[in-house]
Design a protein. Structure first.
Length: 94
């Protein structure tokens, strides 16, 4: 199921009401509602991109290209997965 941004926390909360441990939700990105849901146990995990690194790598490759250097056709960046066990690593955001 696909849910519009901002609505997923309420949908998950409603679906999981009285069913903690039976309904699992994994989402994408690190919005405040997502992190609160992971800490509360209503969301199991989130997959997070690294937008700063994406921008840095794009500009770096562009500069290399303009300088006549060989550049790769593709640069893969690993996403991060946050669960209840490691979500506190993102507490610096608040």
């Amino acid at each position: 199921m696909s849910i519009r941004r901002g609505d997923f926390v309420e949908v998950v909360r409603g679906a999981a009401q009285g069913k903690r441990g039976k309904v699992l939700a994994a989402v994408f990105d690190e919005e405040d509602g997502t992190l609160k849901g992971i800490k509360a146990g209503t969301i199991s995990a989130t997959v997070v991109q690294h937008p700063y690194e994406m921008g840095y790598q794009a500009v770096r490759r562009l500069v290399d290209h303009l300088d006549g250097k060989e550049t790769p056709k593709q640069v893969l960046l690993e996403p991060a997965v946050y669960t209840h066990e490691n979500v506190k690593q993102l507490d610096w955001r608040s």
